[in-house]
Write a protein that binds this ligand. Structure first.
Ligand code: NZQ
Ligand code: ZN
Length: 382
């Protein structure tokens, strides 16, 4: 086992009606709120009215930046930070899924900086201060509610980058599973894939940590059991709650303590599909994971066998990979590029993807990927 520091300052409020307290808690950070929202789902579901009325009832003034897109872009981060500065906001409330909360994390840094927000993503500027951030999650998937990471795209540069800094932890995160009842079937499935993928990235990380392995396989088993049930019963609060908690645990640190690192190679592949073709994050992972496992099957057979034993009580790598593929398919998430309309038999498409993979330096931390591997992966994902 490796040495580690366990640190997570997020105060997480979980359960039905938890946003009752959001007004009083936000008051603790000032009176002027920069509210960040997505394209409209929060207004449609009623979450927006609930949250804004509680903020207003607490005497808070709200300035809103709406329209953050799924697979968020840096232009929105810069514009929202400019609004936050202009209105002298004391605190940010992010109401939405991972894209909204990730954007808000970088907005929080950019409000204390005169340069472009992309400087943080490329680590050209080290943050020293951030506007306090309160997250209200409406989609179970990324774990951003309880971690210091943000993933943002720069379409001009064709890059999608993950960034982490301790100043990016939300001060408070509100997780009311009833806010996720309106998530449509496809994004519910992508969220389940994402939490499984985060667990797998930890599983295939560097270093041996048996208790973290048990947490990790336990989270995947939870998703395997309750994910399909939820997809058949989207308005079931209890199933929404189980999946929401599993998604938080899949990327709040607990699957990685005692390991040197997780791997993140599959996420790096998925980000390229998102930056070029705007593939939803979870869908990109259900396409990339089976291909990555096929590529790695003769390189790390023992680790794949251990996964098979922990999840399916089988130990033949081919059967295990088949099971994983079947699991993603059963959730209704795509497992090939073809299913999302990407034809890599077309040379132009193939070259485009390969060049973006090179530009984004697609590789894993534990399991490096060469340019030759990129080509193999495209064939395996076809
Ligand atoms: O934009 P709106 O109208 O809000 O609609 C969203 C969007 O269309 C909709 N949605 C959200 N909550 C809803 C809802 N629809 C109905 N009812 C609700 N309650 O769902 C769509 C997807 O939203 P998005 O926020 O993009 O999804 P997700 O939470 O999966 O976030 C994906 C982003 O997070 C990044 C991904 O790369 C991607 O950019 N990730 C962030 C991580 C982190 N910070 O730790 C780790 C992850 O691996 C991931 O990379
Ligand atoms: Zn992810």
């Amino acid at each position: 086992m490796e040495n580690f520091v366990m640190y997570n300052p997020v105060k997480l409020h979980f359960g039905d009606g938890v946003t009752d307290k959001i007004g009083k808690i936000t008051q603790g950070y000032g009176t002027r709120v920069l509210l960040i929202t997505g394209k409209g789902s929060a207004r449609a579901s009623g979450a927006y009215d609930q949250v804004t009325s509680r903020l207003r009832n607490a005497g808070l003034e709200i300035f809103e930046y709406s329209g953050i897109k799924s697979n968020p872009i840096i232009e929105d981060v810069d514009k929202a930070a400019a609004l936050g500065k202009e209105k002298q906001a004391d605190v940010i409330v992010a109401l939405g899924g991972g894209s909204v909360i990730d954007s808000a994390k970088i907005i929080a840094l950019a409000m204390k900086y005169e340069g472009p927000a992309w400087d943080f993503m490329e680590e050209k500027h080290k943050p020293t201060d951030a506007t306090p951030l309160i997250a209200v999650l409406t989609l179970a998937a990324t774990g951003t509610e309880m971690n210091p990471y943000a993933v943002v795209q720069n379409n001009c540069q064709q890059k999608k980058i993950g960034y982490g800094h301790k100043l990016c932890y939300p001060q408070h995160s509100f997780l009311d599973p009833s806010f996720t009842l309106s998530v449509p079937r496809n994004y519910t499935a992508y969220g389940i894939v994402d939490l499984i993928a985060h667990s797998l990235e930890a599983w295939f990380g560097e270093g041996e940590a048996s208790l973290s392995d048990r947490f990790t396989s336990g989270i995947i088993r939870e998703a395997m059991k309750y994910g399909p049930q939820l997809l058949d019963d989207l308005e079931n609060y209890d199933l929404r709650a189980r999946i929401m908690y599993a998604a938080t645990c899949a990327l709040n640190g607990m699957t990685s303590y005692g390991r040197k690192s997780a791997d993140w190679g599959v996420h790096a592949i998925g980000h390229c599909l998102s930056v070029v073709y705007d593939v939803p994050h979870g869908a990109s992972l259900s396409i990339a994971y089976p291909a990555w496992l096929k590529l790695q099957k003769d390189r790390i057979p023992k680790r794949i066998q251990e996964l098979g034993s922990a999840l399916f009580e089988i130990s033949t790598p081919d059967d295990i990979i088949h099971k994983m593929e079947y699991l993603f398919k059963g959730l209704g998430s795509p497992v090939s590029l073809h299913e999302v309309g990407i034809d890599v038999s077309n040379a132009e498409v193939r070259e485009k993807l390969l060049s973006v993979m090179r530009k984004n330096k697609v590789s894993g931390i534990a399991h490096k990927l060469s340019e030759e591997d990129h080509e193999k992966l495209l064939k395996l994902m076809a």
